[in-house]
Design a protein around this ligand. Structure first.
Ligand SMILES: [Zn+2]
Length: 309
């Protein structure tokens, strides 16, 4: 949960890049060039997000020299939101982008499914009113699903490339994507069961294709993480939820295929990670006319304080 808290702390500041200049650890030894080089060498999809982030200070402001992986997964996550707001499109793992389907903002509020989950910080942040935009707008739940897909993908790549002496234990990288996959799956299940207008909207080709593309990438990245032990603390509970029959059946109606349950992530003894079936890295074309304002006001707006801070 440490990473989530850090996100929340920084997201509350409109001048995020300044955070680095007041960080004593950064002042003592600027790790940022080394961090970016490590990202380039180990995590090409994460590096692609760095390249696509027009304001490099924004990305660099999330790097924390004293933290495992220099907090690069968080930097990638937040920069995915930045690019999404600026281009009005979801940048995809493997390259390319998908235009945001704004019609989903008219769907029922994701906060209505909060009661389906055991209380945790992800539920509080992303489904309870008053924190993230995703509580009231399904478009931002998809934004978070995509950001956490990139987040976990970068964490996996960095984990695989680490030197033997590095300590990465206790990280909870898998929790975020597990939570967002569970939220999206149970949202779709509720829509099919009792929200006919939203269900009609979800089955429209443009919306269905967006969900299919984002879900497929989330699924592959999640599966590719299963061989890494101790990569989550709440992940198993959340994965079991989206692996239930109801959410899977509803998702199958949208995506046209049965979702693959990442069973290996539920094993107590980790198995060898399955190689992710990723496409080559591509690029997006930022729209210079796009406003940055929606990002600050809606993209990653989260609660200013946490009960366990
Ligand atoms: Zn986010």
């Amino acid at each position: 949960m440490r990473r989530l808290l850090r996100c929340l702390l920084f997201a509350a500041l409109p001048c995020i890049p300044l955070a680095a200049s007041f960080n004593p650890a950064v002042a003592a030894a600027d790790c940022r060039p080394a961090a970016i080089e490590r990202l380039r060498a180990a995590a090409p999809d994460g590096f692609a997000i760095y390249q696509q982030t027009r304001d490099k200070k924004f990305f660099l402001g999330w790097i924390a020299c004293g933290e495992p992986q220099f907090s690069l997964p968080t930097a990638v996550h937040e920069s995915v939101h930045y690019i999404t707001a600026e281009t009005d499109a979801f940048p995809l793992i493997g390259g390319g982008q998908f235009a945001r389907p704004h019609e989903v903002s008219a769907f029922f509020a994701p906060s209505l499914i909060a009661g389906k989950f055991k209380p945790n910080d992800f539920v509080t942040t992303y489904l309870r009113p008053g924190s993230a935009s995703s509580a009231g707008d399904f478009l931002y739940l998809l934004d978070e699903l995509n950001a956490y897909t990139h987040d976990l993908d970068t964490a996996i790549q960095l984990n695989r490339s680490r030197v033997a002496t590095e300590q990465e234990a206790g990280e909870d990288h898998r929790d975020g994507l597990a939570a967002l996959m569970a939220f999206v799956a149970l949202y779709v299940e509720r829509a099919q069961a009792s929200e006919p207008a939203t269900w009609r909207g979800l089955t429209q080709p443009r919306v269905a294709r967006t969900i299919t593309e984002l879900w497929g990438r989330a699924e592959r990245v999640m599966a590719s993480s299963c061989g890494i032990p101790n990569f989550g603390t709440e992940d198993k509970t959340l994965i079991r939820q989206f692996c239930q029959v109801g959410p899977r059946a509803a998702l199958q109606k949208i995506t046209g295929r049965a979702p693959a349950c990442p069973m290996a992530c539920l094993n107590e003894t980790p198995v060898a990670a399955r190689d992710a079936d990723m496409m080559p890295t591509g690029s997006v074309r930022p729209n210079p006319a796009a406003s940055f304002a929606p990002f600050l006001s809606r993209g990653v707006r989260r609660g200013p304080s946490r009960p366990d801070q």
